[in-house]
Design a protein around this ligand. Sequence first.
Ligand code: J2J
Length: 513
Amino acid sequence: MSYAEVEQRFLALARRFSAAGLGRGDTALVQLPNCAEFYLTFLALLQAGIAPVNALFNHKQNELNTYADQIHPSLLIADRSQPLFKDDHYVELLKARTDNLSTALFRGGSGEDDLENWIDPSLDGLQDISESVIENGPTDPDQIAFFQLSGGSTGTPKLVPRTHNDYDYSIRASAEICGLSQDTRFLCALPAPHNFLLSSPGALGVFHAGGTVVLAANPDPQTCFPIISRHKVTMAALVPSAVSMWLRSVEQAQSDPASENHDLSTLELVQVGGASVAESDARRVPKVLGCALQQVFGMAEGLVNYTRLDDDPEIVFTTQGRPISADDEVRVIDEYGQDVPDGQTGMLATRGPYTFRGYFRSPEANAKSFDDQGFYFSGDLVQRLPSGHLRVVGRVKDLINRGGEKIAAEEIETLLLRHPQVIQAALVAVEDVLLGEKSCAFIVAQGALRPVALRRHLVELGVADYKLPDRVQFIDALPLTAVGKTDKRALRRNLSYGSATIKADKTPTPETL
Ligand code: J2J
């Protein structure tokens, strides 16, 4: 699709939104897979002044409900191939829930509600919109353009309001840092709405530079390698588990003359981010994939760090980069709020031109996440080198980073506790060779309860598959810390002993229930 075609289509869609009475002040709930319509829809919504939440395609009703409850969308855009939208049952539930949902469009819909028809700029489309104008146009540059999804660490998935100005700045600066040009052919094989794939520099960075975006359904080598050779991909953004798979696949192909060899020689840059990459994998990238590596440590909330293309290779292999902007203020702080010296571990706190100022309608989460100077605490434990490069060495936030997909422990614990037999629940990270981390639920249950029953319980609540506990362990009581909180470190330590039962140090208090 040429840039001219992209423009015609997203403007047609924006005009139709406007003609349907949608515009500034409206919000949209969008759930599309990796497809061109995702970008056309996003651009049209921005153009019309409608602020969307772009849910991930593997989200289910649990996640979509919490987003809808927060933004009260007037517009829903989804895909009929997603089981939740195979008929209108869930749409009706959403309408009842959100009070002002007036328009629902579907990829793979029919007639009036077919997204493709709405996008069609020709007269064969739904209605002639060649004369119509977009009423109000985009929201003001410092107003909310859309809501990014927070990886989160609280019970309800939080939304990050992003403005045109802050997002545009991070995109432009990222495109420059990553050396994008019209010759860039960027492979997006992770979920397109994710901040990394959208803006670091992501598809929007590539559009800014006039390059080409190539979409893949998943990051598996079997899927991506033929696409890379067919479309002469120059750059890809991956999570560490995908890098591992790519490395293994190329090495296997090299050692097995009978295997199919794909031409990856056009690849110039592979970015890795979203979770900690093993240093050994990072070091193998240039040799095995024949391209440069860039580490990216970012967050939907704002701050993004990159290793630079001209950084010393040792820096590229052993750090997660330095901030985009000289105006990004980064503090590394100990538990008493004091800055720690370079090289020592502390909590990351940041403030800067494209870092958000608060979660959407979440005063409690904001009170916990910001200090009185407006610094945002990301929950990451980092070390800073004198050069300003950061190393992510751990975290204090209660989440599981499952190969880049974030699971807020509290969200799943709350849902587990809704099972009538569950008395206590704690979700902790378990080391995993491929994904880095998987999840294990420790459960104190009343009566006999099987892991499959718990799984079914979560599936019935409409939880996205990646959030389902990979392991379930039943224990007598949860161990507690001195202040009476669940001692997750003790739980994690116990994991290495397999399914041994864990004895609590103390009787649980009502507070921990
Ligand atoms: C270790 N942990 C990392 C890294 C993110 C670019 C790239 C990634 C994200 C992202 C993003 C990490 N090493 N290289 O938004 O624009 C963990 C940290 C961080 C959290 C943010 C972008 N890169 N992480 O992953 O909002 O814990 O954004 O705070 O999904 O992922 O998660 P998320």
